[in-house]
Design a protein around this ligand. Structure first.
Ligand SMILES: NS(=O)(=O)c1cccc(F)c1
Ligand SMILES: [Zn+2]
Length: 260
């Protein structure tokens, strides 16, 4: 069952510290109850300007595959939405399940998706580096996009084609021009709430922006994610699946929506 898997996910070495993060009041991910979210008319449209030439490389960090960007200038930035200033794109990565029945970190009315994309940005106005921003209140903004099973996603395929080259933990391959805007749904609607990183250090420094509408990817593309490995070359192979954190308590938080 889903809870059983969640427990397994929580016991994965990565999240062993999971059980020890006490005192957290704004942990992620959460289940977004649509009817409890509050429409906020002051929320602006999210503005996204990614420069495809800032894309650097793709690598397997042992719990996901991650695409890193050159964040030494304000070239790939987001602004607007709930944000007071602009934030720089640092990296994006995914979370997914062993089968299509689960895999996302956030849920909407307890509906779970087979995978979830996270685009990670940091605040260059209040921090001098991504590493600093990780420790800053509202130092980070992560845009979450749900993936659902459906049509082939041509933009994603360029990423999928690079995955065999980063099958093992710590593998890295140059990944040149890529515009992650192609992974964004066209619908502007989103929810936003204050939360945390969903992997260690689990710091409570994230303004989450969760897109309401999923993007569609096909079965073959999801299966390519599941062929990655948690393990390094030479170790006994462990498939990289179920790399999501279990739901965390909402506690004293309100989820705002940009749409009625
Ligand atoms: N999964 S996540 O909360 O987006 C995340 C985890 C760790 C580091 C980071 F920059 C983002
Ligand atoms: Zn993530």
């Amino acid at each position: 069952t889903c809870t059983q898997i969640n427990k397994n996910a929580a016991l994965h070495p990565l999240w062993q510290s999971e059980l020890s993060v006490s005192g957290g009041t704004r942990q992620s991910p959460i289940n977004i109850q649509w009817r409890d979210s509050v429409y906020d008319p002051h929320l602006k449209p999210l503005k996204i300007h990614y420069d495809p030439t800032t894309c650097l490389y793709i690598w397997n960090n042992g719990y996901s595959f991650q695409v890193e960007f050159d964040d030494s200038a304000d070239k790939s930035v987001i602004m607007g939405g709930p944000l007071e200033n602009h934030y720089r794109l640092k990296q994006f990565h995914f979370h997914w399940g062993a089968i299509n029945e689960w895999g996302s970190e956030h849920m909407v009315d307890s509906k779970v998706y087979p995978a979830e994309l996270h685009l990670v940005h940091w605040n260059p106005v209040t921090s001098t580096s991504f590493e600093d921003a990780v420790m800053e209140n509202n130092g980070l903004v992560v845009i979450g996009v749900f993936l659902k099973l459906g049509a082939h996603h041509a933009g994603l395929q360029k990423l999928v084609d690079a995955l065999p080259a980063v099958r093992h933990k710590d593998a890295i391959v140059e990944f040149d021009v890529f515009d992650p805007s192609c992974l964004m749904p066209s619908c502007p609607d989103y929810w936003t709430y204050d939360g945390s990183l969903t992997t260690p250090p689990l710091t409570e420094s994230v303004t989450w922006i969760i897109k309401k509408t999923p993007i569609e990817v096909d079965q073959n593309q999801l299966e390519e994610f599941r062929m990655l490995l948690f393990t390094s070359a030479g170790e006994e192979e462990k498939r990289m699946v179920d790399n999501f954190r279990p739901l965390q308590p909402l506690m004293n938080r309100t989820v705002r929506s940009s749409f009625r």
